[in-house]
Ligand binder design. Structure first.
Ligand SMILES: CCCCCc1ccc(-c2ccc(S(=O)(=O)CCO)cc2)cc1[C@H]1C[C@H]1c1ccccn1
Length: 240
């Protein structure tokens, strides 16, 4: 709801992240390195460190047949499905339902040796940016997750190191219109996904360990998540 204390930040970060995700990878001079490829999925990162900590921005582009951007964002945003696809999740708590399109989450992720266990608090917002103004503009569905604080869960007060992140799942649906008068089926649709994330690991961890961990976990995550959406939607009516 527009009166919530986080609303101004949600508005500002969502628009900033949508603009960033839509930028693509720019020309080769922008330092994006392709580090993983699988079918239609391409994952890029930029090597960046803050106070000696790896905070490599990540940008992944993936094209998935048979699902829509609304469906991808629905399953990414909704808490009830998260344990099905987020394999590194140990505990997820919805701290606050801000509105029907905005939630506040506390997540603890499984410890990944040799680093200590991590937790994160973030708001999550799902948004449809229709292209009604200019017909051939992109019709976008997006979910933005952005870390924030919560008075009842101070950082680094328990066993976990608090991480900080900003994540944007931006989707554009493509429809190849079928023969005149025949209904659109899942064979006629595909979704172009741009997934951007910046994770600050909170406490120090060796750069080599973090980069190896990201190289393994991110491709696994995006493939598993998109396969999950395909399986969940295959026998259901299309959510445009
Ligand atoms: C030394 C440990 C460094 C930090 C470990 C860690 C924690 C959270 C996260 C993370 C938290 C949320 C999101 S999301 O996109 O908002 C979805 C909702 O869950 C995404 C990734 C990542 C990682 C890093 C493992 C890496 C990793 C990468 C993709 C998936 C799982 N793990």
């Amino acid at each position: 709801s527009a009166s919530h204390r986080l609303w101004p930040e949600i508005e500002q970060v969502v628009h900033q992240q949508v603009a960033w995700a839509r930028l693509g990878l720019g020309d080769s001079g922008t330092g994006w390195q392709l580090f993983a490829e699988d079918g239609e999925m391409r994952m890029y990162r930029r090597e960046e460190e803050v106070d000696g900590m790896v905070v490599d921005p990540l940008k992944a582009v993936h094209i998935v047949k048979g699902i829509t951007g609304h469906e991808v964002c629905h399953y990414f945003f909704s808490p009830q499905y998260r344990y099905d696809w987020e394999t590194t999740l140990e505990q997820m708590t919805v701290l606050e339902t801000i509105a029907d399109d905005s939630c506040l989450f506390l997540q603890t992720h499984k410890r990944i040796w040799p680093a200590s266990q991590r937790d994160v608090i973030f708001w999550s917002h799902i948004r449809h940016l229709p292209n009604d103004q200019d017909r051939d503009g992109p019709d976008i569905w997006t979910v933005v997750n952005h870390s924030t604080e919560h008075k009842d869960y101070p950082a680094n007060s328990g066993k976990c190191v608090r991480i900080f992140l900003t994540v944007c799942m931006l989707c554009q649906t493509r429809v190849i219109p079928p023969k005149e008068g025949t209904p659109i089926t899942r064979d006629n649709i595909s979704c172009k996904i741009t997934y951007c994330s910046v994770v600050n690991p909170g406490g120090w961890a060796p750069a080599s360990v973090l980069r190896a961990l990201y190289k393994r976990e991110y491709p696994k995550f995006l493939k598993r998540f998109t396969s999950y959406v395909t399986n969940q939607t295959k026998d259901k009516p299309i959510m445009f």
